[in-house]
Structures are given as C-alpha cells and as structure tokens.
Write a protein that binds this ligand. Structure first.
Ligand SMILES: Cc1cc2nc3c(=O)[nH]c(=O)nc-3n(C[C@H](O)[C@H](O)[C@H](O)COP(=O)(O)O)c2cc1C
Length: 230
C-alpha cells in the first residue's frame, strides 16, 4: 500500500472559520479518493493563523522559527497540497500570500495543488482564477482544473450544500489523479546536502572514495570520467 501525505493549508482568520471548514471537507474528499486508489493517507492540517507571527518574523529576518520551519518542511515534503484562503479585497488574504512568500520559490515545482476560497459574495469567485492560480503557476506547481469557491449560501448546517458538494468531489478526484500518477514524495529537500564534489575541486580524482558519496569516482561514461584533474 502506497503511503501519501496531504498538506492542508487554511488561511482563515475567524474562529470558527468557514475557510477551515472548506479545507476539512476538501481534505476528507481527497483522502477518500486516494484510499479508493489503494493509498494510505496522512493528513497534515495547518491553520496559518497559529503561525502568523512566525511568518512575519520570517519575512523580517529571513529565518523561519522552529515551529514554522517544521510546517514549511511538511508542506514542501507532501505529495499534494490543498490551499484555501478567505477572499479579502477581491484577492487572497495577506497571511496566505505571506506564507507562500516565505516558502522557497523552487520547492513546489510539479507539486499537485488544489486551490479553494471562501468569500462573502459569489461575485468574487473568480479571484481564484486571477489571483490564486497565477501565484501557484509562478511557483510552477500543478494546479488542478477545478478551483472551489464557497459563498455563504453554499453552506447548509455546517456542510457543503448541493453544487458545492459536487465541486468538492470533482476537485478531490482531480487532485487524487495527479498525486496517483507520481512517485511518493521523499520529504523536503535537505538544505545542507552536499552538492559540491570536493575531491574534484582539489584535483584529486585519483582518490578512491566510497561509491555513492559526494566525491566518489565518476561512473564510466559519465561526464566526469576521464576528464583531466584540476
Ligand atoms: C478585511 C476583509 C475583507 C474582505 N473582502 C472580501 C471581498 O473582497 N470579497 C468577498 O467575497 N468577501 C470578502 N470578505 C469576506 C470574507 O472573505 C469571508 O467572510 C470569509 O469567508 C471569511 O473566512 P473565515 O470564516 O475563514 O474567516 C472580507 C472579509 C474581511 C475581514
């Protein structure tokens, strides 16, 4: 059974939050779709309001406090992302944008993402298409075709009503399809991983080193094989 991780990000500021409610329903629907495809699913739900101060500190100092670092790693290391924002002034809210501003711009390349939003009026539903989708396109993530917007009239007694329920199911299926056609994620990139071949820098291609480690002799036929030292 393949193990899959889903990072669910809610930028709702109220408590209780309709944005979090939508995020939960999208997460549940996506988990069901992945389980139907034979996966075991781990959900990581992130309420960004709990990390708002850390996000601002990261913007000001360039460093993520430990709690935020752990969240950033869980998002960049997930197989798929569900990103939900309330619409403020016809766009994503500031907390949502700031969170993605502190992520490494290359960390979501080719990552399947489902985008969704809540708003006070259905007239602003296209904010998902003119603001949220372009941001993820810039990050080179793979955003599924169905974006889910929930207006107040789409809810009935705390659950998604008719058409909204259908959109949630369709978007969840699209996200599960994208995740399913990829190999399981291997976690966040190691920022301290060695990318430099020190032996080559020292001109010591002749020194035998354990194969597979940085500095190992080149494989026959590789670009480095037979190249002069220095
Ligand atoms: C500062 C502010 C600006 C808002 N601007 C808009 C807007 O432009 N369009 C809209 O549809 N709703 C707008 N809203 C309403 C919120 O998007 C809506 O209430 C949302 O569902 C709140 O999510 P939450 O319950 O998770 O906090 C705004 C709300 C606030 C507080």
């Amino acid at each position: 059974m393949t193990r899959r991780t889903l990072a669910v990000i809610s930028a709702g500021l109220s408590q209780p939050s309709s944005t979090r409610l939508l995020a939960d329903q999208l997460a549940e629907a996506t988990r069901d779709e992945l389980v139907r495809r034979g996966a075991e699913v781990e959900l990581r739900v992130v309420d960004l309001r709990e990390y708002a101060h850390d996000v601002v500190n990261n913007l000001l100092t360039g460093f993520a406090p430990a709690a935020l670092r752990e969240v950033l790693d869980s998002v960049t290391g997930a197989d798929g992302i569900i990103a939900v924002t309330p619409i403020f002034s016809a766009s994503y809210n500031g907390l949502f944008k700031s969170f993605f501003d502190v992520l490494d711009a290359e960390s979501l390349i080719d990552r399947p993402v489902l985008i969704a939003a809540t708003g006070g009026t259905a007239r602003h539903s296209l904010a998902l298409e003119h603001a949220v989708r372009p941001m993820f396109s810039y990050l080179r993530a793979v955003v599924v075709p169905t974006a889910v917007f929930a207006a107040p009239e789409d809810w009935s007694g705390g659950t998604a009503d008719g058409a909204l329920r259908g959109r949630i199911r369709r978007a969840a299926g699209e996200l599960a399809d994208q995740i399913d056609r990829r190999l399981p994620a291997t976690g966040p990139a190691d920022p301290f991983a060695l990318t430099t071949d020190f032996l080559q820098m020292l001109g010591r291609d002749d020194v035998p080193v354990t194969p597979g480690r940085t500095g190992a002799p080149p494989a026959p036929g590789s670009a480095r094989a037979g190249s002069p030292p220095g």
